[in-house]
Design a protein around this ligand. Structure first.
Ligand SMILES: Nc1ncnc2c1ncn2[C@@H]1O[C@H](COP(=O)(O)OP(=O)(O)OP(=O)(O)O)[C@@H](O)[C@H]1O
Length: 352
């Protein structure tokens, strides 16, 4: 349950050993509350659910200070906090009830001087070059700290978050790998636990992506084409009305027979087939082969790769199913006027 739909676990042996120890394990996921909730986040949200079900004590870190460093929402802390409440509300309606997780605001950790002592000790054990390379964890390139050196503090903070909360498991998309590897490397020097990293796959943006060029760092290449709240044109948000979801999917990158970096197939693989095990039903006219039911993602991918399923039919079926999953989440926030207002503000201020 813990390892399904993951891109990697570092390391599976350590995870097995930790689980077998019988100790109550502590895990977390951190997110920057700085925009609308897109469907890529459902991948880690489902993993949070899996971990809770497996008995892991989970925290959600609302990374308010990190979002501020990362220039999100114009550094407006009021808005950043509201965006945090909004995301927690969405997660609650997805089945991650506030009563089952610890919701931690970074603001509370930064009040403690022990936290800052950790940040300094992590920095003391990390070279400048490595700190710069780690900026991909905040969606930035290594040279983006040249004009704003506060950005160099972010990776040290993310690593310190892990130590401060004394965690066994750090969850995140694969773009968070550099933070977790750094945490593992400095843990020994600081006498801290070596955190086990669980990385979920990144959903590609609706624009899809080209085959990767050899020589380009794979993490960087994937981070560039992933669905992201800072690039609204690439994303399906849970705030989108059903027709918008359908409209976005109809124009998404989905060439006939192409599987690689195909967002419509990935939505099926990483979300629809994970969240609901009833498979995908494609309704078609008899002259196009009639209705067809796919019980596993593998069956769906095979049919698509062989050209037996037309992109339009796949898109219509995917939109219907995705809307069913998003519906309760959408309802939970549409009933709150303050979140509607937030969504409008965000649309105005989202910038890189
Ligand atoms: N497209 C995606 N698919 C799956 N997981 C994602 C995706 N984008 C982000 N995540 C995961 O969501 C968590 C929060 O990431 P983050 O706040 O950077 O989201 P984001 O949408 O990329 O926003 P931003 O555009 O502000 O960087 C991280 O663990 C990250 O790996």
């Amino acid at each position: 349950m813990i390892t399904r739909n993951t891109a990697e676990v570092v390391t599976p042996e350590e995870l097995k050993e930790a689980l077998e120890s019988g100790r109550k394990l502590k895990g977390y996921l951190g997110f920057e509350p700085s925009g609308l909730f897109h469907i890529g986040w459902l991948i880690w949200a489902q993993k949070v659910k899996d971990l809770l079900q497996a008995g892991v004590d989970m925290s959600l870190l609302v990374a308010t200070w990190h979002a501020w460093i990362n220039d999100k929402l114009g550094g407006n802390m009021e808005m950043i906090k509201l965006a945090g409440d909004y995301a927690i509300t969405v997660l609650d309606s997805f089945g991650i009830s506030r009563s089952k997780v610890h919701v931690i605001d970074a603001e509370d950790m930064v009040k403690d001087k022990d936290y800052w002592s950790l940040v300094i000790r992590v920095a003391k054990n990390t070279s400048l070059a490595r700190m710069k390379r780690a900026l991909t964890i905040m969606g930035r390139k290594a040279d983006e700290a040249e004009l704003d050196s506060s950005k160099l503090i972010y990776p040290a903070m993310q690593v310190s978050d892990i130590f401060y909360m004394d965690l066994d498991i750090a969850l995140g998309g694969t773009d968070q790998r550099k933070a977790h590897m750094l945490a593992r490397d400095v843990a020994e020097k600081l006498g801290k636990k070596k955190v086990i990293a669980i990385h979920t796959p990144l959903l590609v943006g609706l624009q899809g992506g080209q085959r990767m060029n050899p020589g380009v760092d794979e993490d960087d290449a994937l981070a560039d084409i992933k669905m992201s709240k800072s690039k609204p044109e690439t994303a399906i948000f849970i705030n989108d009305e059903p027709e918008e979801v359908e409209g976005k999917l109809m124009t998404a990158y989905c060439p006939k027979g192409v599987v690689e970096n195909n967002p419509v197939l990935q939505i099926n693989k990483y979300i629809l087939f994970q969240v609901d095990d009833r498979g995908l039903k494609v309704e078609r006219d008899a002259k196009f082969g009639g209705d067809v039911q796919f019980n596993t993602y593998e069956e769906l991918e095979k049919a698509y790769a062989e050209g037996k399923l037309h992109p339009k039919d796949l898109k219509v079926a995917t939109a219907r199913k995705l809307n069913q999953i998003i519906d309760p989440l959408r309802k939970s926030i549409k009933s709150r006027p303050e979140y509607d207002k937030l969504a409008k503000e965000i649309a105005r201020s989202v910038s890189r």
